[in-house]
Ligand binder design. Sequence first.
Ligand SMILES: Nc1nc2c(ncn2[C@@H]2O[C@H](COP(=O)(O)OP(=O)(O)OP(=O)(O)O)[C@@H](O)[C@H]2O)c(=O)[nH]1
Ligand SMILES: [Mg+2]
Length: 275
Amino acid sequence: MAAAAWIGHASGLGHLGQDDDASRQLTTRAPSGTLAHPVSVPALSLVIPLHNEASFAPNVLPGLLAALPDDVEVLLVENGSRDGTAAALAPFAEQPRVRLLSLPTASYGGALRAGLEAATAPIVVNEDVDLLDVEFVELARTRLQDADVLIASKRAKGARDDRGPMRRLVTWGFSTVLRILFGLRATDTHGLKAFRRDAALQLLPRVGGGHDTFDTELIIRAERAGMRVVEVPAAVREQRATRSGAVWKRVPRTLRQLWRLRMTLWREGRGAAAR
Ligand SMILES: Nc1nc2c(ncn2[C@@H]2O[C@H](COP(=O)(O)OP(=O)(O)OP(=O)(O)O)[C@@H](O)[C@H]2O)c(=O)[nH]1
Ligand SMILES: [Mg+2]
């Protein structure tokens, strides 16, 4: 297990949820020597995975932090960056409610898992740094009173998706494949999401998750576990130009990960039937 370093305010509440070795390597740095946690009992945790975001994230995080209510803790989970992202984010972790986790291996799923495990609030919101949305955080607060998972869907009725036609086509294709392969009712699994933390923690041990399909697997498993998954229409306004180049290049890799998941669920189903 990779070493993990939390940089930021020592909360005394947080845990890595990783193995003991990783926990022993936990390092926290509290500003000005104080150990008190001003967000003593956060109502929400906002998990933001980051990778090679040294130039973009510092532009958008100040606005986010200024707009978020005080009872929201922010977990910046960086891994595998080669552009000094951790150093660029470190000043934000001086703020009492912000924690920064830096891990060596790039993985969106790994970052989301680490964030879900480290979150201390009963509701955990997951947002990308180029899709930050304070309104969705507030929506999660209310909608997850009587649901386990909340998805901002780009494909729900009333959604507005300003991305280019190729990205919209890929989103349509992806959700169609999920419906066919997994019978998924949710119409979108990438983008803004929120979980009741206890529900997510219940699912995590089974989530194997590829780099591209970790969050999708969480939603699939939530539905299969009979959890209450609700959607709201998303309004997608890209806050920067796409940087991943031709999106279709990711398609074969994602399809391979989905097929492996299909096989895993099939084996799990057979195992359960045999018992
Ligand atoms: N921790 C972590 N975060 C990642 C990784 N890959 C992407 N991210 C983060 O995931 C979010 C979305 O990444 P983007 O690069 O915008 O990917 P995308 O939205 O699928 O593609 P484009 O915006 O079209 O380029 C951002 O917050 C990234 O920093 C990763 O390997 N590790
Ligand atoms: Mg993006």
